[in-house]
Design a protein around this ligand. Structure first.
Ligand code: COA
Length: 349
């Protein structure tokens, strides 16, 4: 069967740098706490109105398409991973199709938060392997800054997340042994509410006893976003940090080993692990657990924070641009996040 390869990669981060010192203007926090617990020194925040999740994705996509030696007109499918779409619906995939004036190709949005890019790549890989598509654009992009709680109440989450985008173009591999060797996807919904944004959502509705009840407009609006929800901060993401941390440090190494062992390989064969940039302490724990050397793991959370679906393609792009990933290298992408969902992609570059 055909294999798919990453033929081009690009990234885009907003110019605006927001440091840990800048955070202190809004909440009771400090640089030492943030760096010690997360490794983050600064993150990028998109322009409030001029940059959206889609526009950032498009900028990353332009670079990926050029580096793949193709054009927007040749792209035959779009997959867009994000948890911060421009609109509640439709998804960002169609907005990319419009912005890049692409043909009337399929556009799919993926909602798997931190493992969104790994899931997106896995879906794209299946389409290439079956021969259905030949040029798939896969984007991970996030604009977290639009909806973080910048009061002290939200400090455990708000200091972590940043904005940015990464993109790749997947094509059929030409050389034997090159390309995506395997992908591994998992979920466990038991703790879905441990890292989540509950509102607005359809967990409440205006049906009572299977009939549309006689609520007025204000009451219906209240079901989506009531004053009580806002007062409790339920319009912002919620995270039980220690619970997420405990699960992440088990599932990250597990899914890397799963990818390697399915291909008869070991950690000694790995040239580069690109972990989702959740937290530097998580990456360091995973590195230690797997017995990897510093040169086998790439981290850039210090500069960008956690950019969720964008973190892997941004890190992969930087590592590649710095010459840390070369043809023939064995590269593992691994992610864990909200859902919980986690996964890995093993690539022979
Ligand atoms: N600045 C200063 N103090 C803060 C703070 C901040 N930004 N955020 C939380 N604190 C305080 C807490 O209020 C708490 O104070 P208390 O002891 O007086 O109650 C203390 O720091 C410890 O809080 P805790 O939440 O237990 O800290 P932690 O060591 O677990 O670190 C995280 C918090 C969020 C950094 C950590 O749990 C984590 O990284 N979890 C995984 C998150 C993650 O990866 N999410 C993305 C998933 S992909």
């Amino acid at each position: 069967m055909l294999k798919s390869k990453i033929a081009g990669i690009g990234m885009y981060v907003p110019e605006n740098i927001f440091t840990n010192e800048d955070m202190k203007q809004y909440m009771d926090t400090n640089d030492e706490w943030i760096q010690e617990r997360t490794g983050i020194k600064e993150r990028r925040y998109a322009h409030r109105t001029e940059e959206t999740t889609t526009t950032m994705g498009v900028e990353a996509a332009k670079i990926a398409i050029k580096r793949a030696g193709t054009t927007a007109a040749e792209i035959d499918f779009i997959i867009f991973a994000t948890l911060s779409p421009d609109y509640y619906f439709p998804g960002c995939g169609v907005l990319v199709q419009r912005a890049m004036q692409m043909n009337e190709i399929g556009a799919l949005d993926i909602r798997n938060q931190c493992s969104g890019f790994v899931y997106a790549l896995s879906v794209a890989d299946q389409f290439i392997k079956t021969g259905m598509y030949k040029n798939i654009l896969v984007i991970g992009s996030e604009k977290h800054s639009f909806g973080l709680d910048f009061s002290t109440r939200g400090r455990n989450i708000s200091v972590i997340f940043g904005d940015g985008a990464g993109a790749v173009v997947l094509q059929p591999a030409q050389k034997d042994g090159q390309g995506i060797l395997s992908t591994h996807l998992h979920s466990d919904g038991e703790n879905a509410e441990m890292l989540a944004m509950y509102n607005p959502g359809t967990h409440a509705n205006h049906w009572v006893n299977d009939k549309v009840a006689d609520f007025n407009d204000a009451e219906i609006a209240d079901m989506f976003m009531s004053k009580e929800m806002i007062d409790k901060g339920q319009n912002f993401p919620f995270m039980d940090g220690p619970a997420v941390f405990k699960k992440a440090i088990v599932k990250f190494p597990e899914v890397v080993v799963e990818a390697l062992s399915q291909n008869g390989l070991t950690t000694a064969d790995l040239n580069m692990l690109i972990p989702h940039q959740a937290n530097l302490r998580i990456s360091q724990f995973v590195q230690q657990k797997l017995g990897l050397q510093d040169h086998q793991v790439y981290n850039n959370i210090q500069k960008y924070g956690n950019t969720t679906a964008a973190s892997i393609p941004i890190a992969l792009c930087e590592a590649w641009e710095q010459g840390k990933i070369k043809e023939g290298d064995l590269v593992c992408l691994a992610a864990f996040g909200s859902g919980y969902t986690w996964g890995s992609v093993l690539v022979r570059w």
